[in-house]
Design a protein around this ligand. Structure first.
Ligand code: BGC
Length: 383
């Protein structure tokens, strides 16, 4: 993992070295449990041939979780295969660093910007600069808010991620019959970053399924923290999720077991796992149902081992494919693939979008979805 991240870092540093005053942000170490990137990075820093003479700049939020490393690698590989020069940079969750990176991308002559924002509303000025310079912008995975400078949006069905997590809990705990059976379950929520529109949509989808069960007390949230504002975790911090879970376990759950950790991200599931281990919970005995998102390698291993119950598989190769069709459309003309023209209103415009389908994975279907789908090999999962 370290070696591979170093390869990515070196590539980023080399790329950024071309621009005066554009040092990489403090990249830090990847979060302990983040696992290994799905796509190997060769560490090759040579500039590829640039037959079509166009340069695509890709701004990614962080290397602290595996999925964004995969996203960056996939985008670079696919764009280079089409002959584009690629300037891939990671902001390590530093909003100002991402603003500077994008300013530098514009100054360095990018023909198109692909942006997965750290803070979706913080890029308005730099997006306007790009628009003024005639540089089209594609929003990647996270919607860019409050700007009319964005042409297209490639993402997963973010509300669908929430409903898939909710339905998984509903089925696994047979919530539909719980009231009649006189059963109830304790639950706590660990939701995503308030500056990420995806997090709000996920919450809405989740609560669409679970709110009725909270209302009739089949689900009991002892902390009382069920609103998005009370459960969101800034910048998707694994450490904060762990801290929150520790606080719940030592406080509200000192005398009663926690049955469900409804989390929005594999990183949060790792944080909950650490907190539960610290509190003496045991897999196979009193371990709660723990949800996640991204089906990271580590999460998939944890699912096999029973310390995480499920995750949401998001095939980042597919997302990159769809995004690349958008890049081609804005640079070469033609129509990109769009399947949603209604849901994603960023406050200034409804952004034409392609929504990939998220899939719930657990120990019963991971082989079919993840291994047969070529996302991870049995060997990677066994390491
Ligand atoms: C993405 C998720 C990811 C989260 C944390 C969200 O914007 O849609 O896939 O788990 O960010 O990185």
């Amino acid at each position: 993992m370290k070696k591979r991240v170093l390869g990515v870092l070196l590539t980023a540093v080399m790329a950024m070295g071309m621009f005066a005053g554009c040092g990489p942000a403090d990249t830090g170490a990847p979060a302990g449990d983040a696992g290994t990137a799905q796509t190997a990075d060769s560490g090759d820093t040579s500039t590829p041939a640039n037959p079509n003479g166009k340069r695509v700049a890709v701004a990614m939020p962080t290397q602290s979780s595996e999925r964004w490393i995969n996203d960056g690698n996939n985008m670079k590989e696919k764009l280079e295969a089409l002959g584009y020069e690629v300037d891939l940079q990671y902001a390590e969750d530093d909003v100002q660093a991402q603003v500077s990176q994008i300013e530098n991308m514009i100054a360095a002559g990018a023909d198109c910007l692909v942006i997965a924002a750290v803070d979706s509303s913080a890029l308005v000025n730099v997006e306007q600069q790009a628009k003024d310079a005639g540089i089209p912008i594609i929003a990647y995975d996270r919607l860019l808010m409050d700007t009319d400078a964005v042409s297209y949006y490639a993402t997963f069905d973010n509300k669908g991620v929430g409903t898939a997590i909710g339905k998984y809990i509903e089925d696994a705990k047979d919530l539909k019959n719980a009231k009649a059976d006189g059963k109830s379950y304790t639950i706590e929520f660990f939701m995503g970053s308030p500056d990420d529109n995806n997090a709000v949509m996920l919450y809405d989808g989740l609560m669409e399924v679970l709110q009725p069960y909270l209302d009739d007390e089949v689900l009991v949230c002892k902390s009382g923290r069920t609103s998005f504002d009370d459960t969101c975790i800034l910048r998707w911090s694994q450490e904060t999720a762990q801290q929150n879970c520790e606080n719940y376990l030592t406080g509200f759950y000192a005398d009663e077991k926690l049955d469900i950790c409804a989390t929005a991200f594999d990183g949060f599931a790792y944080g909950c796992k650490a907190a539960l281990e610290g509190a003496g919970y045991k897999v196979g005995e009193d371990w709660p149902l723990i949800t996640g998102q991204d089906a990271e390698l580590m999460a998939t291993k944890n699912i096999i081992a029973g310390s995480q119950t499920m995750s949401i598989y998001k095939d980042t190769r597919l997302l990159a494919d769809k995004c690349v069709t958008m890049v081609q459309a804005v640079l070469e003309g033609g129509e990109p693939e769009i399947n949603d023209t209604e849901q994603y209103d960023n406050g200034k415009k409804v952004v034409p979008s392609y929504l990939c389908t998220p899939v719930a994975v657990d120990k019963d279907n991971y082989k079919e979805i993840i291994v047969d789908g070529g996302y991870y090999t049995e060997e990677q999962l066994a390491e």
